[in-house]
Design a protein around this ligand. Structure first.
Ligand SMILES: Cc1ncc(COP(=O)(O)O)c(C=O)c1O
Length: 397
């Protein structure tokens, strides 16, 4: 008899908590039955990829750019990414510093797989992007979480991160702007943390997936802020900024020996991303600031619609995120937890939001609302949320 046995890596993934998406899965089941559900749970841009990028990709398909490509990435794209980095940074970036991956997730996976062994410690501030959990589970990393609490608007806390770095720490992974909180690290904080990590022989990985969706102030990359580059890695991609989530295009920027390791890893696991997609990505980076600006402004308008509305509902509160595609709502006055709120809101009003707990203990009393819905949809959702909260407080009184 054959009884299936799997690797420790697969078992680690399989045993991980699976109910992150429980409310959202239930919302999809209701929608499939024809119910009018409003989805405010995903971070997938609700814009189409800009037409000129589509045209460029079609043209490249038309000339046969459908073959294998170098593991490190197409030269044209590596150059476009390096040029973007060089424009803003005191450290010139060479195409040789860039490795292309199919999406930010894969870039993060490759970087952590090259830097850490199973059982080794990585420090990560929370609330953190949900996607880090399966990556760290699968690589069997020992994750030491650092709380960035709501009392401080989830602000990036360098001192707390520094305090968490011990003799066993191999790497620190940060995310700025942060999904889910929209908090941003300042250039000074990044510089200080990079220097501290370097002094202690620790890698510093920075996920900058929302670098182009910032509102009041511009994002500063870790690569721009840091004095020395040998212990740092920056990850970015086009999923959010260019509404290209389904194209699967991300990258890592690093130095010398790590770049070599990443190329080897990409060669073994991916063997090159599609040529026409990489060339369209290079086009997007070189020519497409107009569309990026339009989308960024739309997210900002939506934020400015949501935040005062939430704060006008007795019992709910939120702060105005500096960046990104999400608003974190404190529901502690009206529900036992974010999870209880999200479940009951779906039951009563058919609005799907994500509970905060899977992002980290600091977010347990929060729910995350996405800005990836148009203003009319957001207004409709907020009407329902208001009715839900008001009905709840009437029942309680
Ligand atoms: C902070 C953060 N990093 C990485 C990713 C993954 O990006 P990609 O969709 O390119 O894999 C996401 C996606 O939501 C994210 O929010």
């Amino acid at each position: 008899m054959f009884s299936p046995r799997f690797s420790l890596q697969s078992e680690a993934l399989n045993s991980a908590d699976a109910d992150v998406w429980a409310v959202s899965d239930r919302a999809h089941q209701l929608a499939d039955k024809g119910e009018d559900v409003i989805f405010l749970c995903v971070g997938d841009p609700n814009f189409d990829t800009p037409e000129p990028i589509l045209d460029f990709a079609r043209a490249r398909l038309g000339v046969g750019r459908t073959h294998y490509s170098p593991a490190a990435g197409e030269p044209m794209l590596r150059r476009a990414i390096a040029d973007i980095e060089s424009k803003v940074s005191p450290h010139p970036c060479s195409p040789d510093d860039v490795v292309v991956f199919p999406g930010g997730t894969n870039a993060i996976y490759a970087v952590l797989a090259c830097l850490l062994n199973p059982g080794e410690e990585i420090v990560i501030p929370e609330p953190m992007y949900i996607g880090y959990v399966p990556i760290c589970d699968s690589l069997r990393l020992d994750v030491k979480k650092v709380a960035c609490p709501p009392e401080n608007n989830f602000a990036f806390d360098v001192e707390a991160i520094k305090a968490a770095i011990g003799d066993d720490t191999r790497a620190v992974m940060i995310n700025t702007p942060v999904n889910p909180t929209g908090a941003m690290a300042t250039p000074e904080q990044l510089r200080e943390l990079a220097a501290f990590c370097r002094e202690r022989g620790v890698w510093l990985v920075c996920d900058e997936m929302y670098s182009m969706i910032t509102f009041a102030r511009r994002h500063t990359s870790l690569r721009t802020a840091a004095e020395h580059l040998d212990n740092i890695v920056v990850i970015d991609g086009l999923s959010k900024s260019h509404a290209m989530s389904g194209w699967r295009l991300g990258w890592a920027v690093a130095r010398g020996p790590l770049v070599e390791r990443l190329i080897e890893f990409a060669g073994a696991t991916i063997f090159g991303c599609p040529q026409f997609i990489q060339e369209a990505a290079a086009f997007a980076l070189e020519f497409d600031t107009y569309f990026v600006k339009q989308m960024r402004e739309a997210y900002e308008k939506r934020r400015d619609l949501i935040v005062p509305r939430i704060n006008s509902i007795p019992g709910l509160s939120c702060y105005s995120p500096e960046a990104g595609m999400f608003v974190m709502v404190d529901v502690s006055q009206v529900a036992e937890s974010g999870e209880a709120f999200a479940g009951a809101l779906l039951d009563a009003e058919r609005v799907s939001v994500l509970p905060g707990a899977p992002f980290g203990a600091s977010a347990v009393n929060h729910v995350r609302l996405t800005l990836a819905a148009d203003e009319a949809e957001l207004s409709r959702a907020l009407d329902r949320i208001e009715r839900f909260v008001t009905a709840g407080s009437r029942q309680a009184s």
